[in-house]
Design a protein around this ligand. Structure first.
Ligand code: GLY
Ligand code: MN
Ligand code: MN
Length: 357
């Protein structure tokens, strides 16, 4: 399997002779095992998946090339039996909790433990053709659900009802679930960048920001659209067009060789020059894959360099307290020349939901 081969190359570069993995997405990425419990031990010549009674059969079916080991009592005791002799063992220091770190140390007293949080996430950042195809489908499911919802939006519906309809539509279309708790924020609530759907009813004259996504065969999509319920006023138009311009500029800037912070700066500059910099307080985007948020990011600090095969969001926003806000989020695939926009939902300012007003 290429993924294991690539990992072993990285292990060599890092000078480790064992790698211990417990991050669920990393475990699935490396082994194909989709169960919710277990850990991996990767050695230069062998690969083990340790899991419990509930998952043995599934693990044997899914984790091709792995020796499946049933954990009887204690994962770390089982690990010690197969790790014997490893001199330096890498682990996911951003995820292993302190108590488990102590247990690992106790189980392997002769082994040096090396925190390598980026080892697998670095591999995951470049998507292969199978992953790209699954993510395309996750995006299509979200696009299609959005098109359905747009036709049905009416003043008086609750934010929670809209979130529920979206999830239901996506699951009907093959999604296994929502990629996160949807953000549906209308009126003044649209100034909350992460305003979870509430019981508030959407009303005429308001912005409605909807941030949602599907999980399809383990892979996520993430999209935001902001629409207006009725005719926009001058300021609403101005803010919307500003965010849209930043979205387009950000997408145009995405190309291999640029640092995440350089792409962020292109979009941020537009919002800053218009005088709204203080109202764009989050990063421009993030990678998406098995997790809805993964590396690299597009933000003011990100030094990592974009490469073909990465899939990132471009999601500028302007949020004005006690007034409202706009975010427009697309997913793009970094290509050799620049990027391909995966999200297909229209993003010109769209007036919706006022048939009965
Ligand atoms: N749901 C948060 C985001 O778009 O990243
Ligand atoms: Mn989003
Ligand atoms: Mn996002």
């Amino acid at each position: 399997m290429n993924r294991l081969k690539n990992l072993r190359q990285k292990m060599q570069t890092e000078g480790i002779d064992a790698f211990f993995s417990i991050v669920p997405e990393n475990r699935c990425y490396l082994s194909g095992f989709t169960g919710s419990a277990g850990c991996l031990l990767i050695l230069p010549e062998r690969a083990f998946l340790l899991t419990d009674f509930r998952y043995i059969e599934q693990a044997n079916q899914e984790a091709i090339g792995f020796k499946v080991i049933k954990i009887i009592n204690n994962m770390f005791a089982s690990l010690a039996l197969i790790t014997q002799g490893a001199k330096r063992l890498g682990f996911e220091g951003d995820y292993l909790n302190y108590l488990d770190y102590c247990r690992l140390k106790e189980a392997l007293p002769q082994t040096e433990l090396v925190s390598l949080p980026d080892l697998v996430t670095g591999l995951r950042s470049i998507k292969d053709s199978t992953e790209i195809s699954l993510i395309r489908t996750a995006v299509q499911i979200a696009d299609q659900a959005w098109a359905n919802i747009l036709n049905q939006l009416e003043v008086g519906q609750t934010e929670e009802g809209i979130a529920l309809d979206l999830e239901f539509t996506m699951r009907r279309a093959g999604a296994s679930g929502a990629s996160f708790d949807f953000i549906v924020a209308s009126g003044k609530r649209s100034a909350l960048p992460h305003g979870r759907a509430s019981q508030k009813k959407i009303a005429k004259g308001e912005f409605l920001t909807v941030d949602f996504g599907a999980v399809y065969q383990g892979y996520c999509s993430d999209i935001t659209r902001t629409v207006i319920l009725g005719e926009p006023d001058k300021r609403q138009k101005e803010i919307y067009e500003l965010v849209l311009a930043a979205n387009y500029a950000g997408i145009k800037a995405v190309k291999p060789g640029l640092k995440g912070k350089e792409v962020d700066a292109v979009a941020r500059d537009i919002i800053q020059k218009a005088g709204y910099g203080e109202f764009f307080g989050h990063g421009l985007g993030h990678a998406v894959g098995l997790s809805v948020h993964e590396g690299p990011s597009l933000n003011m600090r990100e030094e990592k360099i974009l490469q073909p095969g990465m899939i990132v969001t471009v999601e500028p926003g302007v949020y004005i307290p006690d007034w409202g806000g706009v975010r427009i989020e697309d997913m793009v695939l970094v290509t050799e020349q620049g990027c391909e926009v995966l999200t297909q939902s229209p993003k010109g300012l769209t007036i919706v939901g006022c048939a009965q007003t």
